[in-house]
Design a protein around this ligand. Structure first.
Ligand code: ZN
Length: 363
């Protein structure tokens, strides 16, 4: 089991989510970590639960409003059982990325291809939303461009249809290992951003940096002149002065090169080349998975359309009874409940989800 509570193996997953009722309990816990709060009358208290199999509907005892557990998720109005959705989200976020609907249908044992296709499509939609917050507010950032191959069917090998992708990645530093422990590589990759650009001119590249990297950040690039304006635009620009030597470039920009190399392997291996038309969606999906590689629970929740930063319930409180364990009322939790009341429903905004993400990724 992952320290954050996410099952890391199939048997574990089966143990945590054995049936639809377990999945429903999970949804309830995520949405109301402090206990059910009616979105209509805002009363806090145990709802009425329908005995009928694994109902996704709870009823407020005060105002009798029915509240669907799936209303704000990708599972909304679906007739597919929750457990199938959960298995699907698990596969999409942990197994080989970019699998086909046919593989998906077989793995989930679905009788209809259409159902598998719809499920896969909806789950993946949660993985391709571009992220909007700026990176580099706490770490130096490497920026570089690369060519990504398009379809070359029947045209042989070559650079035709190749498209330019610009990327930015945070370079984080590990604290020294405790005595007696083996020191891992000192630097490692933080958050990544990738964008398809029409050319590698100054206009496109500086626009990308301005939209994705926090102002004032340390930005490392090669000696390409298109980056010359970065210092003037408020960044601490560290260009590679003596350019042209591949080894020096490698040493100056190691992380973005690793990311580009992984990206190309993934595109070739699982998609056999992607047309430029769809490339940005694939870039977003790649970035999503890359940025959450240490946080599988966040990815799993996002695929299902759940609040990405919500903490996972433990196995114990999923099974200890009907109601989720009540955490102590810290100022943050009280504020969260008040926000919930203000808004009138349990859905967190995109903004909050992103902030939650950042909290998760920087701890
Ligand atoms: Zn109510």
């Amino acid at each position: 089991m992952d320290p954050r509570g996410f099952p890391t193996t199939l048997p574990e997953f089966q143990r945590v989510f054995p049936d639809d009722a377990a999945c429903a309990r999970y949804l309830e816990h995520l949405r109301w970590p402090n206990g059910f709060t009616c979105p209509k009358c805002v009363k806090l208290g145990e709802p009425y639960r329908f005995a009928k199999r694994a109902s996704v509907v709870l009823r407020c005892r005060a105002c009798h409003a029915n509240v669907s557990l799936t209303a704000t998720t990708v599972m909304k109005s679906s007739r597919t059982p929750l457990s199938v959705w959960f298995w699907g989200a698990y596969l999409v976020t942990t197994q080989t990325p970019g699998q086909s609907a046919l593989q998906f249908q077989r793995q989930l044992g679905l009788s209809r291809y259409e159902t598998a296709f719809q499920l896969l499509h909806k789950l993946r939609a949660g993985l391709v939303r571009p992220e909007r917050d700026a990176i580099g507010d706490q770490h130096p950032v490497e920026v570089d461009e690369t060519l990504v191959g398009g379809r070359t069917e029947g045209e042989g090998r070559g650079n035709h249809h190749k498209t330019t992708v610009v990327g930015a990645i945070e370079v984080r530093t590990r604290p020294p290992a405790a005595e007696g422990k083996k020191q891992k590589r000192i630097i490692y990759a933080g958050r990544l951003r990738l964008r398809l650009v029409p050319d590698r001119g100054a206009k496109e590249l500086t626009k990308f940096v301005q939209q994705n990297v926090a102002k004032g950040a340390v930005v490392r690039t090669d000696g390409w002149k298109a980056y010359d304006d970065l210092q003037m635009l408020g960044y601490t620009h560290e260009p590679l002065v003596l350019d042209g030597d591949p080894e020096r470039t490698e040493a100056h920009l190691p992380m973005i090169h690793i990311a580009f190399s992984n990206l190309k392997t993934w595109l070739l291996g699982t998609h056999h080349g992607v047309s430029a038309h769809h490339l940005q969606a694939y870039l977003n999906e790649f970035v999503f998975r890359f940025n959450r590689r240490f946080y599988p629970m966040t990815a799993f929740n996002s695929a299902l359309g759940l609040a990405a930063h919500a903490s996972a319930p433990t196995y114990k409180n999923l099974y200890s009874g009907n109601s989720p364990a009540k955490p102590p009322a810290t100022p943050e939790r009280i504020e969260a409940v008040l926000r919930l009341r203000d808004r009138g429903n349990g859905r967190t905004s995109r903004r909050e989800a992103l902030e939650g993400d950042r909290n998760v990724t920087t701890t």
